[in-house]
Ligand binder design. Sequence first.
Ligand code: FES
Length: 155
Amino acid sequence: MQNTLDMLEVIIENYRRDEGNIISLLQDVQEHFGYVPREAMVYLSESLGIPQSKFFGVATFYSQFHLKPRGENIITACCGTACHVKGSERLINSLLRGLHIPSGEDTSEDKKFTVEKVNCVGACSIAPVVIINKEIHGKMTADRLMKEIKKLKRS
Ligand code: FES
């Protein structure tokens, strides 16, 4: 816990003179923790004298912020129109089943995988598109996707 508090103090120190920059502050927190823990927002709020509601408002408004721990591997499925027409929903459903991620959840129990949906990523000509750990895979099929997942599980 002391390491966590020390890290938060370092982050706070970087912003002590610039209280308005909540987005950058939250980005630093997420960079360090992998997500934005509620406790971190409370701590920052009290330390900087900025209302908690401001932190929560920004963190929940911008999709870049994640309020729950994410998996080691991030699988992002495009659900824009072109990908939807090419079966992205089926891909996602088979992926969630294959990873045993329950309905309403996005991260596997072992915290190895998080499955996210996004709108068009601008690669419609190779729909359906899945981004695996920031690497774009076009014309994805359920079989290919599960092969990629198996590779990640082995690594
Ligand atoms: S809709 Fe998926 S890349 Fe455009």
